[in-house]
Design a protein around this ligand. Structure first.
Ligand SMILES: *Cc1c(COP(=O)(O)O)cnc(C)c1O
Length: 418
């Protein structure tokens, strides 16, 4: 499928008069439409709720848009909880799915009345000493082994640090019941960035079967199943994107085959999507600073891996469009790089693109999740601004670019001043 940016060269030329490149740009209209598609796909389940994985794009303006679409927040740290609180998310609009959790994070989650998801059995007795149990608590499951779909290994839960074994889940539920917990949730995240409509339905079936077993054996009320994240997007033009309607319908079938016959048809479905919800509706806009010809051809950008780290650390593909040259033939091969003193700082290697000249603007696609948020300050590079393309076509700055003062803010220079 052709990947088209949601901005044009003319729009970017207008934007850069006020906000210089590089910047991450988000598409409000695309975000709202996608949020509505997601909610509709699970509307068969009356308790359904999506908790946006805040780590993917921790920006309060975007979280507010999602809140307006009925979406809560999935947090895993103190600051993510604080952001959710600031945005006005309350109590069960927040899920706290952490691991290796510091006491102050648990205490904040309890204070906000968030739903706490225990990653490990040993946390429960510890938690009892530091914060009060609520009526509803959740535990995270790790079935071990490989996660396969149609005989293909999609991920390896046995190597993942998250969650508890089945025996530990039983022990955890017994303990929580003894601590007075009334309603229970089950959570699992077994494969990441799946581009396969079968992932959620298969995961759902595993968790539904576990729910029936736990409910019968321990005698507890299962209030919700949290399918967590992992529904991916088509980063490459040759991939077929997930169809959220088919995914929602697949989960519904598993529900009717496993939970309904067990008399458990009041179980709510929760999701914690980050990538699926936002990735396609953000992009990194950057300007070509220098072209270089040595053993290969290089196009050097004013953005670098500090603004988008996925290609450097995972070798991840991000599609690139040279603005204004959308209809020109891709008959030039480039490595598209940033300026870090680190050879992995390449947004693309051996990529066929139209001829590039200094001053061209490029759009790096699908940075709306796990883009800006993974950024860092290596080489003293500064984090970019985040801009929102609003539904009326105007652009709002939702985070300013860092300045050198921000970079130096944690240093005390007074001993060096004469
Ligand atoms: C990262 C994460 C998510 C979101 O993952 P995506 O790949 O963005 O869908 C959801 N839940 C938990 C607990 C996570 O750690």
């Amino acid at each position: 499928m052709e990947k088209k940016p949601f901005v044009t060269l003319e729009q970017v030329q207008e934007i850069v008069k006020k906000y210089p490149t590089p910047f991450h740009l988000y598409d409000e209209k695309g975000i709202r439409e996608n949020a509505r598609r997601l909610n509709k796909a699970f509307s068969w389940n009356k308790g359904y709720k999506e908790y946006f994985a805040v780590k993917a794009t921790p920006n309060p303006y975007l979280m507010k848009i999602l809140q307006e679409e009925g979406i809560g927040a999935d947090c895993s740290s103190l600051t993510e909880l604080m952001l959710s609180d600031i945005v006005g998310l309350k109590q069960h609009e927040i899920m706290f799915s952490s691991n290796v959790t510091p006491d102050c994070d648990y205490q904040k989650a309890a204070e906000l009345g968030a739903i706490i998801n225990f990653d490990d059995l040993t946390h429960i007795d510890h938690y009892a000493k530091i914060a009060p149990f609520q009526e509803t608590m959740c535990c995270r499951y790790n079935p071990g082994g490989d996660f396969t779909l149609r005989n293909e290994i999609m991920d390896t839960p046995k190597d993942a640090k998250y969650g508890m074994t089945k025996e530990q889940m039983k022990e955890a539920f017994r303990k929580l019941k003894a601590y007075g917990v009334k309603h229970f949730g089950i959570h699992a995240f077994l494969a990441s960035n799946t581009v396969d409509n079968g992932y959620y339905p298969k995961l759902a079936r595993i968790l539904f079967e576990l729910a029936v077993e736990l409910s019968q054996e321990i005698g507890v009320h299962i209030a919700f199943i949290n399918l967590s994240g992992g529904v991916g997007i088509a980063y490459r033009p040759d991939q077929t994107p997930n169809d959220i309607d088919i995914i929602g319908e697949g989960v519904r079938q598993a529900y009717e085959e496993v939970l309904t016959p067990a008399g458990m048809d009041d179980v709510a479905i929760f999701t914690e999507l980050g990538r699926f919800l936002l990735a396609p509706y953000g992009c990194l806009v950057s300007k070509v600073l220098h072209m270089k010809h040595i053993w290969k051809e290089y196009a050097g950008l004013d953005a670098c891996a500090a603004n988008l780290m996925r290609p450097a650390i995972y070798g991840a593909y991000h599609h690139i469009t040279v603005l204004g040259k959308e209809n020109e033939p891709c008959d030039h091969m480039y490595d598209v790089t940033g300026g870090l003193c680190e050879n992995s700082d390449k947004f693309a290697v051996d990529r066929m693109l139209p001829e590039i000249v200094p001053g061209d603007y490029v759009v790096i696609h699908d940075t709306g999740a796990h883009g800006f948020s993974m950024g860092y300050n290596y080489n003293g590079k500064l984090r970019s601004a985040e801009l929102l393309l609003q539904e009326d076509g105007s652009v709002k700055m939702i985070r300013r670019a860092e300045t050198p003062e921000d970079y130096f803010a944690t240093l005390d220079f007074t001993p060096f001043q004469k």
